[in-house]
Design a protein around this ligand. Structure first.
Ligand code: PGA
Length: 279
């Protein structure tokens, strides 16, 4: 297999944990201690640059906003980055209950999720609002992880590709392709224990990659595309073996330090194999 041809070595690979509305302050500290112990004992610093065109997979955690500061403090110097699950796109003002991109950044967040299906479905966030959020995040130097994906009904009605095209086209208007990550998260696979098969995921990732290239040219080819939807330690190897998949956004399985670290190890194994084959 010609890995060099199949996966550009300079393409980032990311393992990200979306904790959703889980983990109070104490649980946040315990969870971070748990996967940090595994990282420390194996001497791994995620995101380390190995050579000009190769880095270790990145690791990002998205705790609840109340715990971003403490997570960023605990993870300082570990290589693990912290992100926010949500924010409001206005800079400041009379928006009771909301927090801005600047506020989450000042707590230590470097990434932010935008367009997660739970925000789209439960909180009715529109493509236009999501676009405003991405523009606001990028203005503050935060890196958005933009999520897209279809419902089971869309899939059954053969609407997957047209829907994702719309989500990308409307959500990413005027955004900076050099500072973003995209995640494909089929809604029918989120929290259901049903994972897209590697073939199903690969075909949508391929489509997203082509669409991003159409929208952004060369820069679009370098946007990492993560898969999300019931990823766990048991299926990560298989998913990461697809060259179209550049990492994972993990919900449930990121809430156990050991399981989250196992998924990271799958990413590491795949990256190492890839660079050995290329050299
Ligand atoms: P899950 O969630 O891994 O629990 O399916 C993924 C997500 O919602 O990002």
């Amino acid at each position: 297999m010609d890995f060099k041809k199949r996966i550009p070595l300079n393409k980032r690979f990311i393992v990200a944990g979306n904790w959703k509305m889980n983990c109070n302050l104490l649980e946040t500290i315990q969870l971070i201690e748990s996967f940090s112990a595994s990282l420390n004992s194996s001497g791994i610093k995620p995101g380390t640059v190995l050579s000009n065109d190769n880095t270790l997979p990145e690791m990002i955690v998205f705790p609840p906003s109340t715990n971003i500061s403490v997570a960023a403090q605990l993870l300082k110097d570990s290589g693990v980055k912290v992100g926010a699950q949500n924010f409001y796109h206005m800079d400041k003002g009379a928006y009771t209950g909301e927090i801005s991109a600047d506020m989450i950044k000042s707590c230590g967040a470097e990434f932010v999720l935008v367009g997660h299906s739970e925000r789209r479905e439960i909180f009715k966030e529109s493509d236009k609002l999501l676009n405003q959020k991405i523009l606001s995040a990028q203005k503050q130097g935060l890196q958005p992880v933009f999520c897209c994906g279809e419902t089971l009904r869309d899939r059954e009605n053969q609407k997957t590709f047209s829907l994702i095209r719309r989500q990308l086209r409307d959500g990413l208007v005027k955004t900076d392709p050099s500072n973003m990550v995209v995640a494909y998260e089929p809604i029918w696979a989120i929290g259901t224990g049903k994972t897209a098969t590697p073939e199903q995921a690969a075909s949508v990732h391929q489509f997203i990659s082509e669409e991003l290239t159409r929208m952004f040219g060369e820069k679009g080819t370098l946007i990492p595309i993560l898969y999300g939807g019931s990823v766990n330690a048991g299926n990560a190897d298989q998913l990461f073996a697809c060259p179209e998949i550049n990492g994972a956004l993990i919900g449930g399985a990121s809430l156990k330090g050991e399981g989250f670290f196992s998924i990271y190890k799958s990413a590491l194994k795949m990256k190492m194999k890839n660079s050995e084959q290329a050299s």
